[in-house]
Ligand binder design. Structure first.
Ligand SMILES: NC(=O)c1ccc[n+]([C@@H]2O[C@H](COP(=O)([O-])OP(=O)(O)OC[C@H]3O[C@@H](n4cnc5c(N)ncnc54)[C@H](OP(=O)(O)O)[C@@H]3O)[C@@H](O)[C@H]2O)c1
Length: 226
């Protein structure tokens, strides 16, 4: 049975990952900041274990790793993310939000990845997935939204750098763009629904092997420029 950890699992893309992997029969560790408020997550049928983890707290990531103990993890999905607010321009840049966004979108996935690395390495086919964004691509950037873009560019580089170190451990690192998706973050006008996005992401994750490690793909499997 595949054992999967998903951060930010209570709504949006993370919640959809839980629904689809639960239907596949996976054992799922669904992490969220406020389990007591996660009614939809709690209503999903399957082998689902809900844990309270705020990814900006390194100690909470480590405590969760301690709770897992020696269990191997086949797929870690670093999904939790924030957009960084509406003050992201040259004339109006909110530095407090900038710091907070880096805590969530850059350090959060790194806290989780380092805390769970041994568990992923212990899987025969371990994969560390980071839900990034095409908005972090410098080669494909129309500009604006400097806070959000910078956070995603930074995590792309961090995971790319760690991927080469992980080659000897047979751990695949992937940075994935989910599309522009109808969630609280993406808004109602987004062209892609969460089920469509996650179906595509699951296919990309399932077929990824060591030759893909350190690469950046969208939910349809297209490679993206850094
Ligand atoms: N939607 C899009 O169009 C789009 C496009 C490109 C990339 N993405 C990326 O896809 C990922 C998921 O986005 P989404 O669209 O599903 O967004 P969303 O609907 O706003 O959901 C964000 C999730 O992240 C969680 N989260 C935020 N900060 C957290 C923290 N410190 N610790 C733990 N969980 C935290 C939220 O939990 P709470 O309920 O507790 O706030 C929520 O579960 C993000 O990384 C985002 O950048 C989305």
């Amino acid at each position: 049975m595949t054992r999967i950890v998903i951060t930010g699992a209570n709504r949006g893309i993370g919640l959809e990952f839980v629904k689809q992997y639960a239907q596949e029969g996976a054992e799922i560790y669904a992490l969220c900041r406020s389990p007591e408020e996660a009614a939809e997550l709690k209503s999903i049928q399957g082998d689902i274990h809900i844990h309270k983890v705020d990814v900006t707290h390194e100690s909470e990531c480590q405590r969760f790793a301690d709770e897992l103990d020696e269990k191997s993890i086949d797929i870690l999905i670093n999904n939790a993310g924030v957009y960084g607010g509406d003050k992201q321009s040259l004339s109006n840049l909110d530095f407090d939000k900038f710091h907070a966004t880096l805590e969530t979108n850059l350090f959060g996935p790194l806290y989780m990845t380092t805390a769970l690395y041994k568990n992923v390495k212990d899987s025969d086919n371990g994969k560390i997935i980071t839900i990034s964004s095409k908005m972090g691509s410098i080669g494909d950037s129309s500009g604006g939204m400097a806070i959000y873009r910078t956070s995603k560019t930074a995590i792309n580089m961090a995971m790319h750098a760690l991927a080469s170190e992980a080659a000897n451990d047979n751990v695949v690192f992937l940075n994935l763009h989910p599309g522009w998706v109808q969630t609280d973050m993406g808004g109602e006008q987004a062209p892609t629904t969460p089920p469509e996005s996650v179906e595509g992401l699951r296919k990309v994750i399932a077929k990824a092997n060591m030759t893909d490690s350190g690469h950046f793909y969208d939910f349809q499997g297209n490679e993206l420029p850094w």
